[in-house]
Design a protein around this ligand. Sequence first.
Ligand SMILES: [Ca+2]
Length: 241
Amino acid sequence: MKNRRVLLFSTILFYICMSSPTFAEVLIAAGDFEMGSSYCEEEQNNADWCNDESLHKVHVDSFYIDKYEVTNADYRECFVAGVCEPEVLHEDRAGDFNQKDQPVVFTTWQEAMTYCKWKNGRLPTEAEWEYVAKVEKLGGGHWNQLYGIGATVAVGSFEPNSHGLYDMMGNVYEWTMDWYGPYDKAGTQNKPSGPAKGKNKVVRGGSWDALNHFLRTSDRVAKDPDLRYSGVGFRCVRPNI
Ligand SMILES: [Ca+2]
C-alpha cells in the first residue's frame, strides 16, 4: 500500500514537473571557451558588420538556461499574474506573431528582464549565450524570410543543439544582459558582463528575417533597449546555486 502511494505521488510529481515551464531548462556546466570569431578576417575582408568579434578566452560559471525562447503563452502568464505589461501587438500584422507557441516579440529589454526576474532569473550575458550556442551541433533554425510576408514559427519546431536548446539559431534574436561595446581581450575574462554602460543592448542568434551571415554563434547585433522589434525575443537563465 505504502509503495503504491509513493508510486502515485511520484507519478503526479513527474507530470507536474513536465507540465511546468519552469522545468523546461537545461543545466550548463561551468567552463572555458574561445569567444568571438575570425570570420571577418578570413572570409569577409574585415567587413564593418563583423569586425567586433575579436577572439578572446572566457570563463563562465554553471547556470540553468531555458530550453525554448519565451512564448506568448509564457508571457501571458506573467501578465495575468500582474507582473508583466500587457502584450504589445504588431502594429500591422498582429495575427502573424501572436500564436501561443510563437516566441513573444515586441518586448523592450526592460520588459524581458521583468519577465526573467519573475522566473527567478535574468537575461543571459553575451558570454553565457555564446557559450551554450557554440557547440558541435548548432540545431535547426528559421531565418531568411521576407520581412513583409514571413513571421516567427512555434518554438521547438526544429532540431535542438548539442545542449538540447531549441532555436538558438534563428526564429527571434534574443536580448542579452550586456551593453554593446568592444570586447575586453586581456587575459581570460572571468564571467564578463560587458561595458558598464552604453547606448544599445546586444541581441544574439539571428531572426526569422535575418540573412544567412547573421546566423552565426559569434555574431553580435546592437539594438535600442527601449524599442520593440518583431525579430527580437528572449530566453532566461538562472544561477546554479
Ligand atoms: Ca533564437
